[in-house]
Design a protein around this ligand. Structure first.
Ligand SMILES: [Zn+2]
Length: 358
């Protein structure tokens, strides 16, 4: 009798334990972001550094690198530059984001975004993603630059109002159910911002969610086991006058419903934050999205090892790595391979954590 009660309780415990499939099948992810092939070129091997994953930019992905990463026990996740398009605009100016004055919005520092409703650009990115998926058996695709035109990787963000191109305002009219008063773009933009701000922000968010849904479907159709991740600006909702939602178009709670992995870009120096902010954000994100349990997305932060702005010392790098690895995080990586190669002490810090602490 006693044994059957114990067995019953054990079965009940496991039946009720909120552990999702994604958690069951994955170890703690220990990655490097960027062009990790540079580590191999410098004579390192991924397995000897304790790595079990690479997060490689699409542009740096090739067959030789892919094979090497696999042979050295790494999962291969590919960064996909969703709405970053400076080169595309040179031959396709119709995709340029338009500001409230009706002008082409200037580049935001080094970043140049694309109007997310441009069908030609979406077809262009769709073709690129399909090419990656057909050529490589990837473990996941990580959407990057998934936001309306803006620059957030700085203490002084650049946050223009976009996009008021005719295509965007026509689509928004459809959402509103009536014509937007005004004859030209400046008049229509002014009316929208003064009279339909909530609807405008919601519509902009829905356009980004459409990108996540559509690209996510491509990933799952081609590679059902592959994870869909996203790199995004790790601002709290109220930061910078609610710019994460109002300007970038991102609602993290909503995003969590559409992806397998959330990778907040916890670049503490670029955002003028103390190292403790990294761990605090991870904890907050876990509470918001379900802590990586059950159907909730996994949380794999990317932290800053890069020396600009300021200098991230090896000890500071160690602190942000540990802060970013705190529960409910189930993976970690850093920006980027170059910063490790430029400071061998940071390479040692990473190796120490990956081999002995995680
Ligand atoms: Zn537009």
């Amino acid at each position: 009798m006693k044994n059957s009660v114990i067995i019953f309780l054990v079965v009940l415990f496991y039946a009720c334990a909120p552990v999702g499939e994604k958690n069951d099948s994955l170890p703690f992810i220990k990655g490097v972001y960027g062009n990790p092939g540079t580590l191999l070129d410098a004579g390192y091997s991924f397995d000897s550094l304790g790595m079990n994953a690479v997060f490689v930019r699409s542009i740096s992905l090739n067959q030789e690198f892919y094979e090497s990463a696999r042979q050295q026990g790494c999962r291969v996740f590919v960064e996909f530059p969703t709405l970053n398009g400076k080169n595309y605009l040179q031959e396709n100016p119709e995709a340029w984001p338009i500001n409230e004055k009706g002008e082409q919005t200037p580049a935001a520092d080094w970043f140049m975004g694309i109007c997310p409703t441009d069908p030609g650009f979406k077809a262009f990115r769709t073709k690129q993603l399909n090419a990656i998926l057909s050529e490589f058996d990837v473990d996941g695709i990580f959407l990057d630059y998934l936001h309306w035109h803006a620059q957030f990787e700085t203490t002084e963000p650049i946050l223009p109002e976009t996009c008021f191109c005719n295509r965007c305002t026509d689509m928004f009219e459809g959402q509103l159910g009536h014509a937007i008063p005004g004859s030209g773009i400046p008049e229509k933009a002014a009316w929208i911002l003064d009279n339909a701000d909530d609807e405008w922000r919601s519509w902009r968010n829905s356009i980004l969610n459409g990108w996540v849904r559509d690209l996510g479907e491509l990933v799952k159709q081609s590679r059902p086991e592959a994870l869909l991740g996203v790199f995004y600006a790790s601002w709290y909702p109220a930061d910078h006058d609610s710019a994460l939602y109002r300007k970038l178009g991102i609602d993290v709670a909503e995003l969590a419903n559409h992806v397998d992995v959330l990778s907040p870009m916890l670049f503490h120096r670029m955002k003028g934050r103390p190292v403790e902010w990294v761990g605090e954000y991870v904890e907050w994100l876990g509470e918001l999205t379900g802590g990586g349990e059950g159907d909730a997305p996994l949380i794999w932060p990317i932290v800053q090892s890069h020396n600009s702005p300021g200098v991230v010392t090896p000890e500071e790098f160690r602190q942000v790595m540990l802060e970013g690895s705190r529960h409910p995080s189930s993976g970690i990586m850093m920006f980027s391979d170059q910063s490790l190669l430029q400071d061998k002490e940071k390479m040692e810090v990473m190796k120490e954590i990956y081999l002995y602490e995680k």
